[in-house]
Design a protein around this ligand. Structure first.
Ligand code: 5MM
Length: 341
């Protein structure tokens, strides 16, 4: 393992003012996104949509540090024959790859999942590195309900994350470690805080056991937030304070950066929460975004599968990337949202 190389890539991924575009939707998830805008889920349409984002010069060069890709996209060429990976690199961003095979039912444990994909991972990572990927991503999903998560779900998912992360580092890729505590459900923010803290502490214990070098990884956690169906929704300041408090007590300072998932928050909430955390300041790691839905919902709607909408969709993408870039510096203001794209 060359830790200097890994650390340099990790620091690029969390460079202040920039963040990561999570464009690693599997074909099934892309189907849902395409359905919502009335577009057929074909390989060409997925390519056209993603090419539209990767060719958004201002967004990609100023506000996006890296892009998480799905296997198909890493191998895909733009309409003019240029590999999509090249377009991302030319914009100055780092290409990355989602390597998990999805969250599958955890045997014997209702409503809980274990993320699969460790078999053959070493060989896949070597191939992905050859194709230009310099970081990888693995998402573990933890559900909250009355009697869950169980210790088995927390421990098994943390163990898989650690085995994945060690394999990534062995093969020259920076692992994004993503233990996502879902915001679905009616639990309050205190329950989210308790579970997030449990999951993070367990994950870092497993990373230690597996010999993962913290300087060569990026953490992608959920924010500490009220469940979507909770009647009492915590405000921006409380989300920011509880998230920072939890991260400070669970995430070692050797980790170069933390890039949040958006998890189903509205575009503006995801930006406001990140901004409020960076305004608190005095943090030992960079705090930025690795958003999927909160970066893509607006451009997806604007694009709607039509070539004549590409410029408008790129403007919508650039606006969300810029707002979140400002939030990563603690320089966002709500008034900026009303200025047109
Ligand atoms: C972009 O969506 C990613 C892939 O999801 P599937 O494997 O289910 O198709 C997802 O892992 C994403 O990277 C993270 O959940 C963060 O995305 P959000 O939308 O929560 O910011």
């Amino acid at each position: 393992m060359n830790l200097d190389v890994l650390n340099t890539i990790a620091r690029r991924m969390v460079e202040p003012g920039k963040g990561i575009l999570a464009a690693d939707e599997s074909t099934g998830t892309m189907g849902k996104r395409m359905d919502a805008i009335g577009v057929e889920n074909t390989e060409d349409n997925r390519r056209d949509y993603r090419e539209m984002m990767f060719r958004s010069d201002e967004a990609m060069s100023k506000y996006i540090s890296g892009v998480i890709l799905f296997d198909e996209t890493l191998r895909q060429k733009a309409a003019d024959g240029t590999p999509l990976v090249k377009i991302i690199e030319q914009a100055g961003a780092v290409p990355g790859i989602k390597v998990d095979k999805g969250a599958k039912p955890l045997a014997g444990y209702e409503d809980e999942t274990i993320t699969e994909g460790l078999d053959g991972l070493r060989e896949r990572l070597q191939e992905y590195h050859g194709l230009g990927a310099r970081f990888a991503k693995w998402r573990a999903v933890i559900n909250i309900d009355e009697d869950i998560p169980t210790w088995n779900a927390v421990k098994s998912n943390a163990h898989a994350l650690a085995r994945y992360a060690a394999l990534c580092q062995e093969n020259g890729l920076v692992p994004i470690v993503e233990p996502e505590v879902l915001m679905d459900g009616d639990h309050d923010i205190l329950r989210c805080e308790e579970v997030t803290s449990w999951v993070l502490n367990t994950t870092f214990a497993e990373l230690f056991e597996a010999g993962v070098a913290l300087e060569g990884m990026v953490l992608k956690p959920n924010m500490v937030i009220s469940g979507k169906k909770c009647p009492e929704q915590a405000g921006v300041d409380e989300v920011a304070e509880r998230t920072v408090k939890t991260l400070k007590s669970c995430v070692p300072a050797a980790v170069p950066g933390i890039a949040f998932l958006s998890g189903g928050q509205s575009d503006e909430d995801a930006t406001a929460h990140l901004d409020a955390m960076n305004k608190i300041g005095g943090l030992p790691w960079s705090l930025t975004f690795s958003y999927g839905r909160a970066l893509q919902a607006a451009p997806q709607k604007a694009w709607s599968g039509k070539a004549e909408n590409v410029a408008t969709a790129q403007a919508a993408f650039t606006k969300r990337a810029r707002m979140n870039g400002l939030a990563s510096l603690g320089e966002w203001k709500p008034e900026l949202e009303t200025v047109s794209a």
